[in-house]
Design a protein around this ligand. Structure first.
Ligand SMILES: Nc1ncnc2c1ncn2[C@@H]1O[C@H](COP(=O)(O)OP(=O)(O)OP(=O)(O)O)[C@@H](O)[C@H]1O
Length: 237
């Protein structure tokens, strides 16, 4: 397994928000994590990269090694790319300057190496806008930039937190195109979503989370075959 999360508990201060999450990602697999607003999708990703949240129980093993006790930059250096929901591009820097922020990663065994030229090939629009300040670009362009920047850390596993949020359908489709292209390159991914429509084209398996617990997992087809799952865990009640 590329990633194995077992019985994960995590908290903000004293408030536990994850109550025993299990999740696995095989090499090259795209797993979709879905659930309503506030159920713990972002918290699950933050727990993997040790970002702002305290892991209070359970285990996360990435690429054969437990991540316990690591700082965020160490997790990223080991090969986890993280594209947070708020994208965190540097608004006053140009596209090119944003892409020069990650320190170049030395080629490591089993890791696909990405260069700025290659990410421009994946996102030609970013090349056209390379001298433009990130702050004036659209949400979709900023999303592409955030993904492009994380690729420069040469991840084996990419965490995309609601990459389609707030994007027009056409732009959201372009993000899915990029996910499909990355999948072809062998990058494993966890993509969080509030609904499954945009991810249908690229997900291998689905995990449904509700109030800090994993309530269902299975194939994309299995998910669609059971409308009760959507009714129970995804519709606004
Ligand atoms: N920094 C924080 N401090 C305290 N509580 C938080 C913090 N961030 C999130 N929470 C709480 O943790 C729970 C899970 O939130 P999380 O952001 O993981 O949900 P989500 O499924 O990703 O939803 P969203 O669509 O809002 O991103 C929520 O109850 C939320 O209010």
């Amino acid at each position: 397994m590329m990633l194995r999360i077992s019985d994960l508990h995590a908290a903000y201060g004293k408030a536990e928000v994850l109550h025993g999450i299990d999740l696995e990602v095989a090499p090259g697999e795209v797993v979709c994590l879905i659930g309503r607003n506030g159920v713990g999708k972002s918290s699950t990703m933050k727990s993997i990269v040790r970002d702002q949240i305290a892991v209070t129980g359970g285990e996360i093993v990435f690429d054969g090694a437990p991540l316990a006790g690591m700082r965020p930059h160490e997790v990223i250096r080991r090969g986890v790319g993280y594209v947070p929901e708020d994208r965190r591009v540097f608004a006053s820097l140009s596209v090119l300057e944003n892409l020069n922020v990650p320190r170049p990663v030395a080629a490591a065994a089993g890791r696909r190496r990405w260069t700025v030229d290659e990410v421009f090939r994946l996102f030609p629009q970013l090349h056209d806008y390379r001298h433009r300040k990130a702050g004036v670009m659209s949400g979709g362009e900023q999303q592409m930039l955030s993904i492009a920047r994380s690729l420069l850390t040469c991840p084996k596993l990419l965490l995309l937190d609601e990459p389609h949020e707030g994007l027009a359908p056409k732009i959201a489709e372009e993000v899915v195109d990029a996910i499909v292209a990355l999948k072809r390159e062998g990058v494993s991914m966890i993509v969080s979503e509030q609904a499954l429509n945009t991810i249908r084209r690229c997900a291998d398996r689905v995990y449904v989370i509700d109030r800090g617990m994993m309530v269902w997992n299975g194939s994309v087809d299995g998910f669609y075959a059971d409308p009760e799952i959507t009714r129970k865990y995804l519709m606004v009640q």
